[in-house]
Every structure is written in structure tokens, then in C-alpha cells.
Write a protein of this length. Structure first.
Ligand code: SF4
Length: 352
């Protein structure tokens, strides 16, 4: 592996970064207090694809409900998904729950202490395993989250998209080379903080960065084009019609979705692939009814757009429903089920 001329040696890089962090880094985040592998692991999973400010209240609720990995392992999946509602990427919550059960059963409640075993946990890849071992156990393990990719790509002026396999390999090699032998937990927190607060995606504040005189992207005026964006593919779009059956007392029918696929194990309205099939269903089951067709809106997943048309049917009283269905009461705080974000939004708009 060859490195561009002029980049800092490990010691200089980590010393500069730690000196900056000692003065400017974040040290009062909830998962930085009472640091255990369990708390750090939960925070790292929540922080994947999600901003710190969004995560904080979710993390605090999660810890208040499941203070230990054993509590999480003992929980019902619906309750875990309920506490995740609104945070998105629900496979994270399902994997968190499965991993807690594995830690409780296979490892007798103790988190793994080496990188390979840590990666046996569902939802834990090389970077998350490295972050947990580094932050909670001060091990010399590297990480490669979005912040680190951005800082190192700019620092080295790597113009290709960081997700390209050869670039990913190069970034890991540099990350491992720079990860210090001591104060590793602080270093890991520091590089994440630098990426989140200084080396920001759209407007890096190079004038206050500890690397302003060594960073190649800054010296060569390339910060706006590095890191390169992921090459765009046109996303396909799909359509769905959601039937919102609402009773006079405000309850609404929700069905539990299959354990695999989008919104797996979450609760959603009954769905149809056309307005015609929805109307046929209503006519067959409930006879002649008035339906209110709401404005369609788009929900975007990582791999496609979903155009949703909500259709409201008001009924006077409860009727037979599917085995996987519940009559959900949005006014009861103890309705502990996970809801997909668009479903939660629609429920909040239902008046009664
Ligand atoms: S000098 Fe600017 S671009 Fe380079 S690491 Fe610092 S903030 Fe990022």
C-alpha cells in the first residue's frame, strides 16, 4: 500500500486529533456516560444512518425500558419495534433483539471481547464491532462509518466514491494505520466528532480543523467534490392502496406484516395493489360503503419509491378481521406495537 506524500504518521495524526477533541469534542452524550458494551452497542446501532440529536431520546427510552442486555433478550419483539417506531431501518431493531438473545444464551450475558466473535452478532459488521470494542473496552480497533470515510477521503483527496471496493480497502488500511495504541476510545469518538461537527458533508469548516495544513482536499480546493456521491441509479416506483378502516370510537384496523420483506413484523393498514381490488374487497366484505380517497404521497426506501394512496372507510362497529389483525387504539399509550413511519403519520391524521 502506498500513501500520498506528506500524510501524517500515525502518531502525529492521532495526537492532533486527540488534542482537538480534548478541547472541542462531545463528552456528554448519554452513551458516553456509564459506558458498557451493551449501551455502546445499542447507541452504535441506533446511530447507523441516523443523526445524534434524533437518536438521543430513543436511546434514553430504550435504556429506561431495557437497562440490560438480559432485559432486551427477554422482551417481546413487538415492544422492541414499538420503541423503534419513527427511527426507521427496522431490521436494525430486529437484529438488535436477536443479538441480545444470542449474547444472553450463548455468551451468558457477556459481550464478546474480540472482533471476530463480535461480528457473529446479527447486524454487527466490522465497523460496528470495532466501535463497540474501541469505545467500551478501549481496544485498538478501527472503525469506518460515514464520518470516518469522509474525513479520510478528504484528507487523502480520494476522488472515487468511498463505496468502491478498492477505495474501501484503501480507507480501511489507512484507518488501521492511524488508530493509536493508547486512548483508542477517545480517538474513535474524536474522529466521529470531527466528521460530524467540522468535516461536514456540505460545508466543512476547514479553518477550525486540526488537519487544515495537511489535508490534501483542503490544500487543493477539492472539499466540495470529495467524497464523491454514490453513482445514481433510477429507482423504480411501486404503488399501494392502504385501507384505513376506522370505528366510531377511533380504533383502526392494523395487520401484522410478514416476518420478512419491507416493514417486516411491523403493523400496517391492509394493502392492495389497485384501487379496484380495494373496492372489490370492501364491497364483498362490508357491502355498499362510502370511501374517502386521500391524496397520494411518496415514501422512499433505499431501493425503490412507494406511492401510497390512503383510502378511509368509517364503520359503526367492529367486524370480523384477519387473524394477524388488531384494532389499534391510538389514544392508548400502552399499544405497544411497531408502526411503519407512513402508517404512524396517517394514524395521526385520522380524526374521530
Ligand atoms: S481540513 Fe477541511 S476537508 Fe480536511 S479534514 Fe479538515 S474539515 Fe475536512
Amino acid at each position: 500500500m502506498s500513501y500520498p506524500k506528506g500524510i501524517l504518521l500515525r502518531q502525529s495524526f492521532s495526537e492532533k486529533l486527540l488534542a482537538w477533541w480534548d478541547h472541542h469534542g462531545r463528552k456528554d452524550l448519554p452513551w458516553q456516560q456509564n459506558k458498557t458494551s451493551y449501551r455502546v452497542w445499542v447507541s452504535e446501532i441506533m446511530l447507523q444512518q441516523t443523526q445524534v440529536t434524533t437518536v438521543i431520546p430513543y436511546f434514553e427510552r430504550f435504556m429506561a425500558t431495557f437497562p440490560s442486555v438480559q432485559d432486551l433478550a427477554n422482551a417481546q419483539e413487538d415492544k422492541v419495534l414499538h420503541l423503534w417506531t419513527g427511527l426507521g431501518y427496522y431490521s436494525r431493531a430486529r437484529n438488535l433483539h436477536k443479538a441480545a438473545r444470542l449474547v444472553a444464551e450463548k455468551f451468558e450475558g457477556n459481550f464478546p471481547t474480540d472482533l471476530d466473535t463480535m461480528q457473529e452478532l446479527p447486524g454487527v459488521g466490522r465497523s460496528t464491532a470495532g466501535a463497540v470494542l474501541s469505545i467500551s473496552q478501549d481496544q485498538q480497533t478501527a472503525i469506518m462509518d460515514g464520518n470516518v470515510k469522509r474525513v479520510l477521503s478528504r484528507y487523502l483527496a480520494i476522488k472515487d466514491w468511498p463505496g468502491t471496493p478498492s477505495v474501501t480497502k484503501q480507507l480501511w488500511s489507512v484507518a488501521e494505520r492511524y488508530t493509536p495504541k493508547t486512548r483508542n476510545a477517545d480517538y474513535t469518538q474524536a474522529i466521529m466528532d470531527l466528521g460530524a461537527t467540522v468535516c461536514k458533508r456540505s460545508k466543512p469548516i476547514c479553518s477550525i480543523c486540526p488537519f487544515q495544513t495537511d489535508c490534501k482536499a483542503n490544500l487543493e480546493g477539492l472539499t466540495q467534490i470529495i467524497p464523491a456521491s454514490k453513482p445514481k441509479k433510477d429507482k423504480p416506483s411501486k404503488q399501494t392502496w392502504m385501507l384505513m378502516i376506522q370505528l366510531a370510537d377511533g380504533r383502526t384496523e392494523l395487520q401484522k406484516r410478514p416476518a420478512t420483506g419491507i416493514w417486516a413484523s411491523l403493523y400496517s393498514f391492509p394493502e392492495f395493489d389497485s384501487e379496484e381490488s380495494l373496492r372489490d374487497f370492501v364491497a364483498t366484505r362490508y357491502g355498499d360503503q362510502t370511501l374517502q380517497v386521500w391524496q397520494s404521497f411518496r415514501h422512499t426506501f433505499s431501493h425503490y419509491h412507494l406511492d401510497i394512496t390512503p383510502v378511509l372507510l368509517r364503520l359503526d362497529h367492529e367486524t370480523i378481521s384477519e387473524a394477524n389483525a388488531i384494532w389499534y387504539n391510538p389514544t392508548l399509550a400502552d399499544e405497544e406495537v411497531g408502526l411503519a413511519a407512513p402508517v404512524k403519520k396517517l394514524i395521526s391524521k385520522l380524526k374521530f
